[in-house]
Ligand binder design. Sequence first.
Ligand SMILES: [Zn+2]
Length: 171
Amino acid sequence: MGSVDTELLSSLFLLPDTIAIEAVYPTTAHLTVQAACILKSAACPLCQHFSERIHGSYERAVADVPCGGRRVTLTLMVRKFVCGTQECPRKIFTERLPALVQSYARMTNRLNEVLQTLGFATCGELGERLVPKLGMCASGPTFLRRMRAVSVLPPESVHILGIDDWAWKKV
Ligand SMILES: [Zn+2]
């Protein structure tokens, strides 16, 4: 695949600018999209200093939103960097891709949002039956976890608090 093809694919899949698609492996029901971060350096999550010293890499598979009715799996080549800060206790760190996927998550941010929306719109149970038809895969417990993740977000501050005018007995 030439560089023009990969740029076109990256724009079609609407991935963050820092992620480049290297290859796509299609089957009738599934797309495997191989991608990697194009930035030369990454910031240490502890001391925030950038490093270009690559220690190694590994492949991480995460589920993504469907494409043309087909399930999509992103196989991300994730790099490990050496932190160059002497005092930093973190000698090796893994690059983060927060615009695409959270640490340790098994699905992209956007697939998470789609499942949350479906879960709330269908009360979870119907969503479980609906997602295979939409090119996704999620069990009932997955829906519940996605919905609970939303419900534990801290509430915004209250500006105006109203109290209903109600009493057991009017005086
Ligand atoms: Zn560090």
